[in-house]
Structures are given as structure tokens and as C-alpha cells.
Design a protein around this ligand. Structure first.
Ligand code: 13P
Ligand code: SF4
Length: 315
């Protein structure tokens, strides 16, 4: 890098992050959809549920959240006295954006006898208006504990909602939100891949559309997909979720072959554009500057905490 005609030494972000981690007593949590180099410097990698649990259990003073905004918010809701740093405040989520709190409030008011089970991919304000939060790991278990006569609103992911209706046999009223990444997969290209690799198993995240899920040999959250490939005896897998997860799959079972499922267009839209906003440089900078961080109104936090605690109790 040239600055004022002189060559500036490159910052070794990995080394600097390790130094800062000790200085500020931080823990780095990363979701499976982060770039491989971020996963490799994290203290803990997990799915949404595991990251929420880890955030609750940590004794670090600072949580650096390499994921998206709703995940960092959940960490703050569970840890009001800790600093929660986010490498990029713009790292949102299309599902969370699809469900503005005012519209969600009217949805609830129009259906006063329903309880609201809400996917963790939503804002703190929507959590505060919900009865129980769930993730893709525990949603089925939670729904199965709701008495049969109790009607349910499920928000904001309609694909996960449809999948859960099928799995649990429960009718639920669904919010019409979707994940832009899991909507991007092409059924035709997945079928062509399967013809090319007839012995490959298709594994998919339940945020995918029904037309995709019907081809899957196994459906589960990111950590369930990872556990499945560790325990299963196939050699090849067509992985129908964000390809960031493949890094841990390859590390855990290096003798197996993982083929990322292609999107419909010639784009990289099976990569989550929000997750991929995080970089090592931004992680280093947020730790150095103690900013940006999640700041939350205490009344909102307490209202959002209730349905998260209910989830942790039931899962
Ligand atoms: P998991 O809970 O399976 O990690 O899913 C999080 C997510 O955002 C999937 O798109
Ligand atoms: Fe949201 Fe989809 Fe990205 Fe997950 S992959 S964070 S659901 S946009």
C-alpha cells in the first residue's frame, strides 16, 4: 500500500485481532455463513441457536458478533452489561426487513386468539411483540409443545412455516417473508447436478422453497446439516444453503466432496450479501474503536427477552 510515496506495512489483521482480544477481554462469535478466514479466527462458530446460547454463557466483557444484526441484537438482549460489537451495522437480513414492527402489530391485532411464534431472524421490536422465539433447530420441538386447540401465527419466513406445517401437522397462519438467498436456488440446476452425481445426497436448509425441499434427502438448520454429513456415509453432497457452511464441512470430513447448489442466474446470489459484508479488517476496526456497538432501550430489551427466554426453556 502506498501512502505519501512510502510503502506502508500491511496490517496483519489476524495477529492484531488476537492481541485486541486479550486487551479488551473479548470473545468472537461467528455464524457458519461467514467467510472462511473469519470462521478461522472465531472462538466459537455456530447456528443461530448455538450462538444465542454461547452469548448467554460467555464471561467475556466484549462480544464481537460476526454474523448479522438480529444475531448481535439477540446477544445484547441476553447480555445487557456486556459490550456487543458488530463489524458492519449494514449487515441486516431480508427476513427481518420483511417484517416491520407496525405491520406485525396489526397482524397480531387482527388475530387476537393466536399466539405468535416468531423465527429469530427478526428485529428486537418484533421479538418484543412475540410470545415465543424459535430458530430452525428448535422450531419443530417448540410447535409440538403448543396445545392443539391453540391457533398459531408463524412469522416471518413463509418457507420455514410451510415446512413446519408439513412436519408438525399443525395449521399456522404465515407471514409472507422470505430469505433472498434460499429463494435463489434453481430446481432445474439441482436436478442436473443430481444427474451428474447420482450418488450425491441433497441436503437443504428449511428456508428453501418447497419445490427445492422435495428433492432433499435431509433438511435441517446449518448445524444439523453439518452433523448430518459427519455421521452419514455418503461421499458426495449437494449443499442447498449458503455455501459458507461448506468450510466447516470440509474441515470436519475432509475425505468427502461438497457441491454448492447453484442459484437461478449467473450471479453469486447464493452468498448472503449481508453476512459477507463482514471482513477481518472490519472486525479489527470495531475492536480497536469499541464501535459500532448494539445500544438498546432497556424497556425494549426486557420485552424482547421474555420470548427468547421462553424459547431457551422449551428447546
Ligand atoms: P441457522 O439457524 O440454521 O444457522 O440459520 C440462520 C440463517 O440465517 C439461515 O439463513
Ligand atoms: Fe437473512 Fe437469508 Fe442472510 Fe440468513 S441467509 S441472514 S436468512 S438473508
Amino acid at each position: 500500500m502506498f501512502l505519501h510515496g512510502k510503502i506502508q506495512p500491511q496490517v496483519d489483521y489476524k495477529e492484531e485481532i488476537q492481541k485486541l482480544k486479550k486487551e479488551i477481554n473479548a470473545v468472537i462469535l461467528a455464524h457458519y455463513y461467514q467467510d472462511a478466514e473469519i470462521q478461522d479466527i472465531a472462538d466459537f462458530i455456530g447456528d443461530s441457536l448455538e450462538l444465542a446460547k454461547k452469548a448467554k454463557a460467555t464471561d467475556a466483557d466484549v462480544i464481537v458478533f460476526a454474523g448479522v444484526h438480529f444475531m448481535a441484537e439477540t446477544a445484547k438482549i441476553l447480555n445487557p452489561t456486556k459490550t456487543v460489537l458488530v463489524p458492519d451495522m449494514e449487515a441486516g437480513c431480508s427476513l427481518a426487513d420483511s417484517c416491520p414492527p407496525n405491520l406485525f402489530k396489526s397482524f397480531r391485532e387482527k388475530n387476537p386468539n393466536h399466539i405468535a411464534i416468531t423465527y429469530i431472524n427478526c428485529s428486537a421490536s418484533v421479538k418484543a411483540l412475540s410470545d415465543i422465539i424459535c430458530t430452525s433447530s428448535n422450531a419443530e420441538k417448540i410447535i409440538n409443545q403448543i396445545p392443539h386447540e391453540q391457533p398459531i401465527l408463524f412469522s416471518p419466513d413463509r418457507n420455514l412455516g410451510k415446512y413446519l406445517i408439513k412436519k408438525t401437522g399443525r395449521e399456522m397462519l404465515l407471514w409472507e417473508g422470505t430469505c433472498i438467498v434460499h429463494e435463489a436456488f434453481s430446481e432445474e440446476k439441482i436436478i442436473r447436478l443430481k444427474l451428474e452425481y447420482p450418488n450425491a445426497k441433497i441436503i437443504a436448509h428449511p428456508e428453501c422453497e418447497e419445490v427445492i425441499l422435495r428433492h432433499a434427502d435431509f433438511i435441517g438448520s446449518t448445524s444439523k446439516l453439518l452433523n448430518y454429513v459427519k455421521e452419514d456415509n455418503a461421499e458426495n453432497y449437494i449443499v442447498v444453503t449458503e455455501p459458507g457452511i461448506i468450510h466447516q464441512m470440509e474441515k470436519s470430513v475432509p475425505n468427502k466432496n461438497f457441491i454448492p447448489a447453484p442459484p437461478q442466474n449467473e450471479c453469486a446470489c447464493n452468498n448472503c450479501p449481508y453476512m459477507k459484508l463482514n471482513t477481518l479488517e472490519k472486525i479489527y476496526l470495531c475492536m480497536k474503536n469499541n464501535s459500532p456497538q448494539i445500544i438498546m432501550d432497556e424497556d425494549l430489551r426486557l420485552r424482547a427477552l421474555k420470548p427468547i427466554e421462553k424459547m431457551l426453556e422449551m428447546s
